[in-house]
Design a protein around this ligand. Structure first.
Ligand code: SF4
Length: 263
């Protein structure tokens, strides 16, 4: 395995690990689980827990992997901006994160979990390291035919989405319907516009997620949502900010979503 553990932090429904590549670059991987009923977020119009029972890895098991150490995008609420350097990970280093989590949980068999999902949502922009991400996806598919992949992107101009199909689902992290604020929040020059993002269609088994980590009330607009996105193909997810040194530097607090699960 090409990575090693530096430290870990346990929370109610999982663990986040700080790992290090063989050449000393830090990466983060998460190992989380939830009760199976939370999968029906569309039918329930929310994914809050019904009780303090957080389920187990035999129900919904989610591994969140990094595709880079650091990230060149530099989102204003993201802790990766505090890292002094960036390196794109190889496919074997992405796979190693999954193998590491499986190794930590030998009592669970992912092929028997009701849902087994790999989220490409930790450090790095997957579409800027696409060769390695797609290689890793192909290998995970070979080993775990029941797996689902969830690939999150800011929307990089010129990206090919034709490979997003079947058990691969796309998330656009747009964070604001205000394009000028979005330019400040996600300071990557080759970004797709909201109009371009709204036109992307995939052959995934699931709808494309439109994700907003809402900092200000002005970031959400029902008119913009109706104008650019289609409820038949898009699923909207609103998330709180995960406070860190960078979001604190930018005075973001926890954003405008204050709801927490009572655990
Ligand atoms: S694209 Fe993702 S990893 Fe990169 S800075 Fe933005 S939130 Fe962080």
């Amino acid at each position: 395995m090409s990575i090693r553990k530096i430290k870990e932090k346990q929370f109610t429904n999982g663990i986040v690990y700080a790992l290090e590549t063989g050449d000393g670059y830090p990466i983060e991987v998460t190992d989380t689980f939830l009760p199976y009923y939370t999968k029906d977020a569309i039918g329930r119009n929310q994914n809050a827990l019904r009780s303090g029972d957080v389920g187990s890895r035999a129900e919904r098991w989610m591994i969140g992997v990094s595709v880079m150490s650091g990230c060149p995008v530099g989102c204003k609420f993201c802790a990766t901006a505090s890292l002094p350097r960036c390196r794109y990970l190889r496919s074997d280093e992405i796979l190693s994160q999954i193998e590491f989590i499986l190794g930590q949980n030998p009592e669970f068999d992912p092929s028997k979990s009701l849902e087994f999902k790999i989220n490409y949502t930790r450090m790095g922009e997957p579409f800027l390291n696409l060769g390695a991400v797609r290689e890793a996806i192909e290998e995970v598919n070979r080993r775990f035919p029941n797996v689902h992949h969830y690939v999150s992107t800011i929307g990089v101009k010129g990206s090919d989405f034709s490979w997003i199909r079947d058990n691969i689902t796309l998330q656009f992290s747009i964070h604001s319907f205000d394009e000028s604020y979005r330019d400040w929040l996600i300071p990557y020059p080759r970004k797709m516009s909201l109009e371009e993002i709204g036109k992307v269609r995939t052959a995934s088994d699931l709808k494309t997620t439109v994700n907003l980590t809402l900092v200000r009330e002005d970031d959400f607009s029902i008119q913009a949502l109706q104008r650019w996105f289609d409820p038949k193909v898009h699923f909207v997810k609103l998330s709180p900010i995960n406070p860190n040194c960078i979001s604190d530097e930018n005075n973001m607090g926890t954003g405008i979503i204050t709801q927490t699960n009572l655990l």
